[in-house]
Design a protein. Sequence first.
Length: 577
Amino acid sequence: MTSKKTEAGRAELVAVRKQSRYLYWFVGIFSVFANLLMLTGPIYMLQIYDRVLGSRSYETLFALTVLVAFLYGMMGLLDYTRGRVMARVGARFQSALDKRVFDAVIRKSALKSDEQTSGGLRDLESVQRLMASPVLMSVFDIPATPFFLLAIAIFHPWLGYLAIVGGAILIFVTVINQYVTRRPVTEANSATYHAEMVSNQIQSESEMVQAMGMRDAAFARWQAVRDQSLDRQIGAADLSGTFTSTTKTFRLFLQSAMLGLGAYLVLQGELTPGAMIAGSILMGRALAPIEMAVNQWPVVQRAVKGWQNLEELLGEVPPEQPRTALPKPRAILDVQQATIVPPGEAQASLRMVSFKVEPGQAVGVIGPSGAGKSTLARAITGVWRPAGGKIRLDGASLDQYEPTVLGEHIGYLPQRVQLFDGSIAANIARLAGQPDPEKVVAAAKKAGAHDMILKLPNGYDTQVSAAGGRLSGGQMQRIGLARAMYSDPMILVLDEPNSNLDNEGSDALNLAIRQMKSEGKSVLIMAHRPAAIQECDMLLMLEGGQRVAYGPKEEVLRKVVQNHQQITQSKGGGGVR
């Protein structure tokens, strides 16, 4: 039974497809005339055999040939035009949904670690490819098939019977092809995608694979899924090839059978030689769309599966409603009885957590691994929504801000900093098409990364890869901090910010925190290391997803931390227990 979410996704896709409805009518009208012009060949052969050869008239032959050349030229022009129109219909469909599907993929990926989610863009491309493929144009040609069969029957009823029976057999083969190959093709596509995912994962961690001598093991792992993918691809190709070859062979046999039956009728004096040849040509025209559908069936199957996946994706992730623009908030964060359930899980990682951050405060969030610190960071930045309670920024709940706007107000440095292919300036500017040099440099200076960047070969124009390239973990973390501060946020959320930093980096981080506080902004630091909480005024202690203590740093440390003296006096090292 179709769910309401899937129905909503289908309605959204259909609405976009309907935007090109008039173009479908345009193609349909062109197809009518193109199919009428396909009678040119049979009529030409009929006239050649029955009139020209009998009269031996060169003038008639020349006139017919000129007329046929013109008609074929018009047919080719119409066919070319409708192909261009359908290509643009497909491009228009994809262009209209690109941003919607991209946003849905990003939002769902942020909520679920579901590797199939990223296939949304591929699903959209598969639908677009079908729209621009010859197999869809053959749909416009299929209505002409009964007309061609009728024309054959006019020559002689026996020829019509043969054409109808042969066409019915081909249609039956097409239907069987659909049901038999659907599952193997789907499994082959899934296996191929899984092999690509494994390959991309290994490539992204190539440095670790090389350093730890894992190449052979990694290759064996990839080869296992690759072999499975190849096996299923071969199986699906063999099955599809069986139907394709059967269809082609049977169609050729039908054309020969048409000639044979026509010759018999000619010998019986019930048919002319021209009608015999014309009937054979018409038979080929009538069955061509069906053969095209069989040959291109994998394209159809991928598009159908892609459409179904898009229905589920768009239904599960509805479009975001426009929000009223709010003024720039003050650095007041109020977490009220927040309960956070990670997507796809049944148990809450945070339960009934409350605290308030005032302007100019730095709050450290401490606790053992698995206490819920990173969960809290994701909730404050709007990635995960509370299942209960509220998180408010200057009185407004986070969902009242547009995601892009919220990202400008709340800067975020995740545990693992990921850079994108491009320059350091583009990475700091959050991939802006035209980075503002002044804002880029200002953010780098606030993060204490300006001098470090200048020492790189090309400074801010140094090109980096998604894996970081020549940059160390500490350098990437400082660039990530600059990126978090690029929009001059009111609140800065730092998740293990100094896990890869040396003493110089830690000092730069503390300086950035002090500057944020002096400007009346707030900082939240999820920390294990004592050096990270030096500039904190308040501490929030989490354990088992619950608040254990919250208050001034010294008071909380005396209450819950055994090695209080070590933490308050140490400049680095050790850990908060």
